[in-house]
Design a protein around this ligand. Sequence first.
Ligand SMILES: C[S@@+](CC[C@H](N)C(=O)[O-])C[C@H]1O[C@@H](n2cnc3c(N)ncnc32)[C@H](O)[C@@H]1O
Length: 232
Amino acid sequence: MKYLRNNDSLPSSSEKEKAVRKMFDRIAPRYDLLNRLITFGLDTRWRKKTVQFIKTPPSGTVLDVACGTGDLCESLRKANANPIGLDFSRGMLNSFNSKAPLVNGDALKIPLRDSSLDGVTCGFALRNFRDINPFLKETARILKPGARLALLEVDEPKNSFLKIGHSFYFNKVVPFIGGLFSDRAAYGYLPRSVVYLPEENELIKMIEYSGFKNVEKFRLTGGIAQLLIAEK
Ligand SMILES: C[S@@+](CC[C@H](N)C(=O)[O-])C[C@H]1O[C@@H](n2cnc3c(N)ncnc32)[C@H](O)[C@@H]1O
């Protein structure tokens, strides 16, 4: 593969989209297995929390942007929402394991009408986007006034001891497990791609600037994951 080899620097903005799509096409068949292994199943709990916070009306339509294999869509369905999944990786869409309708599309150019949705979720994808601002503007455009956006992402703990342990696990153990069961280069990219995430306050400002209010950040499991909730 041309990009995302284990020791490579991260792809530049123009290369990123193609590199990310190819990478997810490749790791799709074992993506769910690796998620469960790497997070010890915590990812399932974090998704449930995301769905609780989105607070859509019963049968409300929620777009899960960058839906991958559909875990968030399934959690939304179980909570009586009507999810729609959107992703641009054919591999991930082929491994989609939810009954929700699917759109093969770009998170930065969402093919849905203005003010048409009761909620938007997005799990572990922010750092994979070429640019976060157009994605935020698109979500503000398609949400109904008062509807919520829920962004689930990895994070770095604040506590120094946790930080050291987390860094070792994320930078050494995750690529090792990835290499054993799937693709070492891809699971080496995962920890490195965190540099694409803006600092906490900057990200909150970006969300507000895109047309949202009441932005709240929740630290999950000692701060190894984060959930950002915002209202249009
Ligand atoms: C780490 S996976 C997360 C999948 C899923 N949301 C989850 O919680 O497991 C990131 C997903 O983002 C998708 N993605 C990245 N950039 C995208 C874009 N510009 N448009 C649509 N999907 C994108 C990838 O194809 C991949 O499925």
